[in-house]
Design a protein around this ligand. Structure first.
Ligand code: UN1
Length: 513
């Protein structure tokens, strides 16, 4: 293990070489099979995590069910107080957890810290929300009647998260679910299981200090088979899943089969439209960070630049020049911009995309390639690449989780660019770079972007937690984190109360006895 304070961080977070992988918050269970976590940074084995067996899983669900009975009757602001303490703990562990995220996942240390900051922010947001879980009141059509709605806790929330945001996406879900009175069972990505162990240790301490029941926060580990235990389980009313569209279709169908609810956060194919009125300097920063940040492994990463023909060469040259400045290497070294991909399978996906785009008639303008030699021993470091392409290419229609950026040209009105932007199956994030009010408003209007996120003079990635996060079409339709996303974690009830001595029926129906 390289010396970037990783050993100390692991120790501080209670992550060891061999970790029990199944917890109900305070108790940990054992099984024989393990998942090994190798760092994409240097290829070293960081630690192992035991897989959850069916028997362990049953135990977890039992404990979570018991915990829910107690947790759901606590006043919501008191649940908020626990989330406040969790946020305080995260502040203390920010550097250590940011480092583990960087080392296990491969994103830059700055981005690792940013991810923990998102966890802290969602805790603050949830604490405030814990006093605002409000429904509406309506006027009844019947005299002497009152009508209103309430939101009640729902039960166990199953969280399936991806490797690319190994800690923040869990927190977005869990901080809201907890203040809503739900208990959570989390299956982190099998590519980043140690981040899961670290987070579980942090919340377990908070629960223990407050003498709260086991099972408010549970951790399980394993591959899709463990995921299946959750998706088929009627005792879990809501499954929140983040990952590929392929995975989401399976999860959505399985949960739908039993009429459970699912919150899906799936693939994106995010574009920035660059119009003749764009600020080129801002465009370059937004596009380059969007395309190469997290080595192109955000669901909001910029995949396509849709550039007006009149400024096409200018923008292309500026972006290509910026790529020439990029430093690729150990993400814990703050001098580097781009770290490794998550594993060698991801490297194959990247190579495949570059080969395909050429086969389909694309033109490479920034050459890619896998890096080797000193500092690149893990085999996961690749050069961010740029290709001129056509939106109709199959590979352009497909989300490749790697730093490959496609340049697309449009002519005429911004309408044409919007058509290209919308002309993919995914609908997560989108952006326009323009100082022209008409173009910006058109892009945001009902005739504009069809994505869940549409930005003006900002790139596609780096959303704040205060807004609802998610997208349309094959992105899955779910919304997480800010705004009123909390409602999906609760069940809604309409209440009508008669305070008279008569029993008038609605719709004026007469029923005389
Ligand atoms: C994801 O990639 O799964 O907007 C989430 C962003 C981050 C979240 C990305 N705040 O890029």
């Amino acid at each position: 293990i390289l010396d970037f304070g990783i050993k100390e961080a692991l120790k501080q977070l209670g992550v060891s070489e061999h970790n029990k992988g199944t917890s109900t918050g305070l108790n940990w269970f054992s099984s024989k099979e393990t998942i090994a976590s190798y760092s994409p940074v240097d290829g070293e084995l960081i630690g192992k995590v035991e897989m959850t067996t069916l028997a362990d899983y049953e135990n977890v669900i039992q404990t979570a069910t018991e915990a829910f009975k107690e947790w759901k009757i606590k006043p919501a602001p008191l649940r908020g107080e626990i989330v406040r303490q969790f946020g305080e703990e995260l502040r203390k562990q920010k550097e250590a957890l940011g480092k583990l995220v960087s080392y296990e996942m491969g994103k830059s240390y700055q981005e690792g810290l940013g991810e923990v900051q998102e966890m802290i922010d969602i805790c603050d947001f949830a604490v405030g929300l814990s006093r605002q879980l409000h429904g509406l009141t309506m006027h009844s059509e019947r005299p002497g009647h009152r009508m209103y709605e309430q939101y009640h806790p729902m039960g166990i929330v199953g969280i399936i998260s991806a490797f690319n945001f190994p800690v923040a996406v869990w927190a977005w879900n869990t901080a809201l679910a907890w203040i809503c009175g739900d208990v959570c069972v989390w299956k982190p990505s099998e590519k980043t299981p140690l981040c899961g162990i670290a987070c579980q240790n942090i919340i377990a301490k908070v629960l223990k200090d407050n003498n709260l029941p086991e099972g408010i926060s549970c951790l399980i580990n394993g591959d899709y088979k463990v995921g299946e235990m959750m998706t088929t389980d009627k005792r879990i009313p809501l499954i929140s899943a983040t990952g590929s569209t392929r995975m989401g279709k399976i999860v959505g169908a399985t949960v739908g089969q039993r009429l459970g609810k699912s919150l899906l956060e799936l693939g994106g194919n995010n574009a920035i439209i660059v119009t003749p009125d764009a600020d080129i300097k801002m465009t370059v920063i937004g596009a380059v960070f969007g395309a190469v940040g997290t080595a192109g492994q955000r669901c909001t990463s910029t995949r396509r630049l849709i550039i007006h023909e009149s400024i096409y060469d200018k923008v292309k040259n500026a972006v290509v020049a910026a790529y020439g400045q990029l430093r690729i290497g150990n993400p814990l070294d703050e001098n580097n911009h781009v770290g490794p991909l998550i594993d060698t399978d991801a490297v194959k996906g990247y190579q495949n995309a570059l080969q395909k785009v050429v086969e389909e008639g694309g033109n490479i303008v920034v050459e890619g390639g896998v890096l080797s030699g000193e500092g690149y021993e893990s085999g996961c470091y690749v050069k961010p690449a740029i290709a001129e392409a056509n939106n109709s290419f199959e590979i352009v229609q497909h989300e490749t989780f790697a730093p490959v950026l496609y340049l697309l040209k449009y002519n005429g009105d911004v309408e044409n660019a919007i058509e290209v932007q919308n002309g993919v199956t995914q609908g997560l994030s989108s952006a326009i770079m323009t100082n022209n009010l008409r173009e910006a408003e058109r892009f945001l209007s009902h005739a504009g972007s069809d994505c869940g996120i549409a930005n003006v003079n900002i790139g596609t990635s780096g959303a704040e937690i205060g807004g609802a996060f998610g997208g349309e079409k094959e992105t899955g339709g779910g919304r997480e984190s800010g705004s009123d996303a909390w409602k999906v974690y609760m069940r809604r009830q309409t209440n009508t109360i008669n305070y008279t001595t008569e029993l008038p029926l609605a719709q004026g129906i007469k029923f005389d006895l």
